[in-house]
Design a protein around this ligand. Structure first.
Ligand code: SF4
Length: 380
């Protein structure tokens, strides 16, 4: 079946907003996609105004994420923003989901107490790649030899959240793929049962590494996922949460951007993807930019995705296209790699769908209605 951008669907009104407080981080993870050149930090006035704009868009189900910067670097801003979101959605007819992602190092008792009192509309993602060696191989503390793993694990061991849950976001780097099975076992042993496995998609994997990835994921699904009845395992989650075409991002400079994937670009290049500021947003420009990018990408890869049988389940290589374009990398080389990894993850997702409630509902919906249902659900 030949597909166009309309069947992927650009939602005219965004349904997901990412708030990037700043581009500073306490860690220096080598696979972080944020360019980190900006010195700017958001303030609560801009955040509140952007939240108001976003919540007033038509549509009931909305998601606000704090996933592009370490939120606990700005604890007051974080607490004030979350408090404001819940205060406002209670006045409006909006079903909200708020997701924050932390590396855990600054997750102190004060922040733990704040998060503990939030209800199930809030999810805390903890970036944990597995055992100490695998985790610290890529997640380094700036200007320090201390282990980010030790500090983060200690903080989470002090934290027990009864309502809702903590999800583990585990990045699989190709040089750590041999330890994937052990790393997942370790995470479960720490008492974490909600796990998202996320391979590095912008890194070139060798055939051997890809084979180990698929083999290890199969073992995880067949040996661990079947046995651990309470385990909620997801793959490709971060790219599935909502498609790129449903998003906007509030940058540290108070401007609205197309989506979070402008963050790998230098500031001067991001201007092209500005779609407003904290006081107004240009949704027509947003739609046109997405169409333009999608069409350029399709031209570059000879519309391969449009006819691909995996398309409905694929995380979509649009960010990869933007990233390779601005870095002057060979898009087709990276695209081939992305596609190979994506297909592995989709095959594995298919195997875990029966047990996993989130994947199951998504897959069932897509399978039942083929592409049409997906298209209409993404439109407003
Ligand atoms: S699996 Fe590859 S060809 Fe298919 S939609 Fe994804 S990136 Fe495109």
């Amino acid at each position: 079946m030949s597909r166009s951008i309309n069947s992927k669907g650009i939602s005219f009104y965004p349904r997901q907003m990412d708030i990037c407080f700043s581009e500073k981080c306490n860690l220096n993870c080598d696979y972080c996609f944020v360019n980190k050149t900006s010195e700017k930090v958001l303030d609560i006035k801009k955040i509140k105004s952007a939240i108001d704009i976003f919540l007033d868009f038509p549509g009931k189900n909305k998601t606000i994420t704090f996933t592009t910067s370490e939120p606990f670097i700005n604890p007051k801003l974080f607490r004030d923003s979350i408090t404001y979101i819940f205060q406002e959605v209670d006045k409006k007819d909006v079903d909200i989901l708020v997701i924050a992602t932390t590396n855990g190092v600054l997750f102190n008792r004060e922040m733990q107490a704040f998060i503990k009192q939030l209800d199930d509309r809030f999810i805390l993602n903890f970036s944990l790649d597995g055992k100490e060696d695998s985790h610290d191989a890529h997640r380094k503390i700036k200007n320090s030899k201390n282990s980010s793993f030790e500090l983060a694990i200690k903080n989470f061991n002090n934290f027990s959240r009864k309502n809702g849950y903590v999800r583990i976001i585990s990045t699989i780097a190709p040089d750590q793929v041999n330890f994937l099975l052990d790393n997942v076992k370790f995470i479960i042993k720490q008492g974490f049962l909600y796990i998202d496995l996320f391979p590095q998609m912008f890194k070139i994997w060798s055939k051997k590494e890809r084979d180990v990835l698929e083999g290890s994921l199969n073992s995880i699904v067949n040996k661990i996922n079947k046995k651990e009845t309470k385990l909620d395992l997801r793959v490709l989650n971060r790219l599935w949460g909502s498609t790129h075409y449903a998003k906007i991002m509030l940058g540290a400079d108070g401007k609205f951007y197309l989506f979070e994937w402008v963050l790998p670009l230098e500031e001067k290049h991001r201007k092209l993807f500005q779609i407003g500021d904290y006081q107004h947003i240009n949704l027509v420009k947003r739609k046109k930019l997405f169409e333009l990018l999608f069409n350029q990408m399709s031209k570059a890869n000879k519309s391969k995705c449009n006819t691909c049988e995996y398309n409905a389940f694929c995380s979509d290589p649009l960010p990869l296209y933007l990233w390779s374009l601005y870095n002057k990398y060979d898009f087709l080389t990276y695209f081939k790699n992305f596609c190979q990894i994506s297909k592995i993850m989709i095959r594995i997702s298919d195997k875990i769908k029966i047990k996993n409630r989130t994947d199951k509902s998504k897959w069932d919906k897509l399978l039942k209605n083929k592409y049409e249902e997906n298209e209409s659900s993404l439109r407003n």
